[in-house]
Design a protein around this ligand. Sequence first.
Ligand SMILES: C[S@@+](CC[C@H](N)C(=O)[O-])C[C@H]1O[C@@H](n2cnc3c(N)ncnc32)[C@H](O)[C@@H]1O
Length: 254
Amino acid sequence: MIPSLRKTLFETLYKNKYLYRFASTVPFAGQWRVWQRLVLPRLRGHDVLELGCGLGDLLADMLAAGYHCQAVERSPQMVAAARETLRRRKVGTNSTVIQGSAQGLPFSDASFDTVVSTFPSEYIYESDTIAEVFRVLRPGGRLIVIEGANLLPVGFLQPLLVLIQMFVYGPSAVFGPRKERKLDEEMARSRDNAPREPGLTHIDHDTGTGTSTDEVPDAWFGQFIPLEQNGMRRRSERVRSRRWEVYISIGEKP
Ligand SMILES: C[S@@+](CC[C@H](N)C(=O)[O-])C[C@H]1O[C@@H](n2cnc3c(N)ncnc32)[C@H](O)[C@@H]1O
């Protein structure tokens, strides 16, 4: 799909909660919410800001878990949808979600322990955004970005979904830069028969969820998020299950 058409598609999605719900559920085999929730064990401190919260599901998860949260979302329709989610789930208030832009955050310096962004659009690659994140984070705070995820073409349905995604979303639109994506390696890793990759540090294997996490030095993903240029230390994590891989970049404020 040509980039301008794709851009129009995304702008349309951000204006309609039903379309957005469909587009973030069906083509991803219902895993989007699972991927969003990978943020939870990575949160630090008590005060959390979410950028571009969309429908507000993760925001409601974080509030329900006891965090004090705020969200900044550009689309008025998504602001309304997120407030509705909070009402339905009986957490937060209307003022939890502010209409605004990640490039100009309406908070004073050092207000948050963690800033979260899942499946961000282009705003996450802008220096103005990361400079603002740095400003509102407390020393020792962190930015968590779930930049993208790949369904692996395993089983009957997922190969079809992968094809649809590649057509609709393109090789880099939602999933972050995938120029160096190596599907064969991802598949082998999912079957646990890939040779051990040099330099990886294995962090965790969760038998409950069947996921494992590796810290990836010099990762191909996340590299266009200008963390170092804005004073943050980078940490890249890849979480995988038999069906998917998720790419997480963490920026730590010293
Ligand atoms: C792909 S959606 C992801 C939504 C949500 N985080 C999720 O995981 O489903 C990107 C969201 O970012 C919002 N957005 C786009 N540009 C923004 C900006 N400059 N500041 C804040 N939000 C923005 C969009 O309106 C949209 O809701």
